[in-house]
Ligand binder design. Structure first.
Ligand SMILES: [Zn+2]
Length: 313
């Protein structure tokens, strides 16, 4: 596919991943705080001293400095190194799993956005518009260069008069891809909007942020409608399991504390306390949506095919 050896191109993707991961750390810290991601240069949040170029090498600097600021020795969160390394691995995976360079680059754009949104949501419970809106635009734009899977071909059969020219077929292919991207965005946003409306009607409060909705519009533009549904279903399951596990562990802890005092009444009290604690916890659902979107990008088609085979298709 190219004149350069595979390992060299792979290494280039990896290095670009490190650099973009480093920039992503800046975005994760600054975007939810409404700060510019361009200026000023990075500084230690504790002693405010500028971070020199030699201390700003992805992963390596963090390891060499033992995860501490060079000047004030305050610990620096391992998140910096984790994001950089994960971004590099994802970029490499995009290269290895793509047939065409344009597909690999599109994958890198999506991975960059999803990784940033995952950590921003985990740390601040926010999914900044500064990531989701450009992401949605990028997904729609890139759909005319790199094909988005979906049912557009089945829903939109176009009859040609006579044999279509290769050019006509090409145009048809990419218009369908664009349609798949638009349908994906509509499905992602639409399903979450419907859930939010139902929740509001039943519970009389807002249960879900519109950040999730914009996130799924973005994801839909990259993945198309079928894989977007896959993401919504699997993240609901994963989020449900996680929430259930957290609820149960809080319940267990409360039960141990209450049992000596309350005896038989401890169970009901613990259950009540666990539910209250859960509500205050506000599990960031965006983390699950982003993670399952990454799974869907790399393995979604295979997983959906495997699932359909289980049903006998
Ligand atoms: Zn410092």
């Amino acid at each position: 596919m190219s004149v350069y050896p595979v390992w060299l191109v792979g290494a280039a993707y990896f290095c670009f991943g490190l650099i973009f991961g480093s920039f992503l750390n800046v975005c994760i810290y600054r975007l939810p705080r409404g700060l510019s991601v361009v200026r000023p240069r990075s500084a230690c949040p504790e002693c405010h001293r500028m971070i020199s170029a030699q201390d700003n090498i992805p992963v390596i600097s963090w390891l060499l400095l033992g995860g501490r600021c060079r000047h004030c020795k305050v610990p620096i969160t391992p998140r910096y190194a984790v994001v950089e390394f994960t971004c590099a691995m994802l970029f490499l995976l995009c290269f290895l799993r793509s047939a065409l360079p344009v597909d690999a680059i599109k994958g890198c754009v999506l991975c960059f956005l999803l990784l940033g949104l995952t950590f921003t949501d985990a740390e601040t419970h926010l999914l900044p518009d500064a990531m989701t809106y450009p992401g949605l635009a990028a997904g729609i734009l890139l759909s005319v260069f790199s094909l988005v899977p979906g049912p557009a071909a089945a829903l939109w059969p176009i009859a040609f008069h006579g044999a279509p020219s290769p050019m006509q077929l090409e145009v048809q292919l990419f218009l369908r891809s664009l349609l798949n991207a638009l349908m994906g965005a509509a499905v992602g946003a639409g399903v979450l909007y419907a859930i939010a409306e139902i929740y509001r009607a039943v519970r009389k409060t807002d249960g879900m942020g519109f950040g999730d909705l914009k996130l799924m519009a973005m994801v839909g533009a990259f993945l198309g409608p079928v894989l977007t549904l896959f993401v919504l279903c699997t993240s609901a399951i994963a989020g449900g399991f996680f929430g259930g596990a957290v609820l149960f562990s809080i319940y267990q802890k409360r039960l141990q504390r209450y049992r000596p005092r309350l005896g038989a009444k401890a169970g009901a009290r613990s259950w009540q306390a666990a539910q209250t604690a859960m509500r205050a916890l506000e599990i960031p659902f965006g983390v699950f949506l982003c993670t399952m979107s990454l799974v869907a990008w790399f393995y979604g088609a295979g997983l959906v095919r495997g699932y359909l085979r289980l049903l006998g298709y």
